[in-house]
Design a protein around this ligand. Structure first.
Ligand code: NAD
Ligand code: UGA
Length: 352
């Protein structure tokens, strides 16, 4: 079949000891950047994405075209499709799975909780079932989220901090995902690395996120809505530039150890790691708007409103000591520099 030929070509490895990676969510923001970075250094990469319409699917099609120009094929399918996954893993001995497919977004979860359960729990488990049965078992690297820290108030957030107070349904599915991957590690010997990303932004990003929708509104003369906490306290995020996240993802793949199971049977203890990938310098949302105004050279109309009781957390702040030590992760792009790159090229070719 034509798609199988495309998959084989896409998985062709062009460097010695190159990885063979299945990237789920490859038509998404982070997935497209990571796929390109891997392909450019000669790894074999194939994508899997269901092209859902959580945000404009045309943007996903544009990313797909870009990846296609670099020789990366994206299979159109769902991570819940066990038959498709089996066929794919029977065909390709993946060394690694970079699992980035998910229902993202914090506020959308209130109206659509089942979409989160479908992708972030059921889909994750379907994929893990395939990975544990695969021979060889791949190493599994996946995106968790800073949202698992929930209402934790000890800053900066360290990996060992409590994660038992998710503030949103999205966070609850990521936390549940962490429990599942840890259990697959213990039972089946799957090598697991969880990456807790902190509010990622950059070129070819997600239109549902604040930096992107604010830019669109400012440019079209529409007001931006800035949420505030109780007593009009500004909300703050540890906004992290996509290139730094990509480097963290690639380092996590490169430092992953092999899984220790075969055919679903564990042969020994396998690697289990969790890392924060953040920027380490939180910035308030009004400051984000000020920086955008400066780079766009347009004044924003600002509406300050009370933060809806929707699961937003007041602030995020990453401690990345562990990632620095074990992955060599070193975030180098501050928000001012990163937003300058974003406004120049909001939906054009990723810089990765
Ligand atoms: P994204 O929405 O741009 O990418 C996710 C992709 O997965 C989309 O292209 C979507 O079509 C696909 N997808 C969703 N459900 C699927 C399914 N069931 N089967 C197949 N494909 C499916 O989001 P992103 O910002 O690139 O996020 C990537 C990962 O990082 C996600 O796991 C997200 O939860 C996590 N994350 C992102 C951020 C951020 O700020 N961008 C922060 C923390 C964690
Ligand atoms: C982002 C991603 O959307 C999640 O998928 C991800 O899991 C999360 O980061 C994470 O770090 O784990 P969030 O930080 O809420 O979530 O990102 P945005 O939606 O871009 O919001 C950023 C800030 O702007 C928040 O404080 C939010 O309250 C605020 N905001 C958002 C507004 O003030 N106005 C808006 O219209 C939208």
């Amino acid at each position: 079949q034509a798609w199988q030929k495309s998959v084989r070509e896409s998985c062709h490895v062009k460097r010695e000891d190159g990885l063979v990676v299945l990237v789920t969510g490859a038509a998404g923001f982070v997935g497209s950047h990571v796929s390109l970075a891997l392909k450019k250094r000669g790894d074999g990469v194939v994508g899997l994405d269901n092209f859902n319409n959580y945000y404009d699917p045309q943007l996903k099609r544009d990313r797909q075209k870009l990846l296609d120009r670099h020789g990366i094929f994206i299979i159109e399918g769902d991570i819940n499709d066990a038959v498709l996954l089996k066929e794919l893993f029977d065909m390709i001995p993946f060394t690694h799975v970079m699992h980035l497919a998910a229902q993202a977004g914090v506020r959308y979860a209130l109206q659509n909780p089942h979409s989160y359960v479908h992708s972030n729990i059921a889909g994750l488990v379907t994929l893990l079932e395939q990975c544990r049965r695969a021979n060889p078992q791949p190493a599994f690297v996946w995106a968790s989220s800073s949202s698992v820290y929930g209402l934790n108030t000890k800053v900066p957030f360290a990996e060992s901090d409590r994660t038992d107070q998710p503030a949103s349904l999205y966070a609850a599915t990521k936390k549940a995902g962490e429990e599942f991957v840890h259990t697959y590690n213990h039972i089946y010997g799957l090598s697991i690395t969880g990456l807790r990303f902190f509010t990622v932004y950059g070129p070819f990003g997600r239109p549902d996120m604040a930096y992107f929708s604010f830019t669109q509104n400012i440019l079209s003369g529409k007001p931006v809505t800035i949420y505030q906490g109780p007593n009009k306290v500004d909300l703050a995020r540890d906004f992290t530039f996509i290139d730094d996240i990509v480097k963290g993802c690639v380092a996590a793949l490169d430092t992953s150890e092999k899984s220790t199971g075969t055919g679903g049977k564990k042969r020994g203890p396998a690697q289990l790691r969790t890392f924060n990938l953040g920027n380490t310098s939180p910035v308030t949302v009004p400051t984000l708007v000020n920086i955008l105004e400066k780079h766009l050279k347009v004044k924003a109309q600002k509406n300050f409103v009370k933060m809806p009781r929707n699961g937003d957390v007041p602030f995020t702040h990453a401690n990345v000591t562990l990632a620095r030590t074990e992955l060599g992760y070193n975030p180098t792009t501050d928000l001012n520099t990163g937003l300058k790159k974003f406004v120049k090229c909001p939906t054009l070719e990723p810089s990765a």
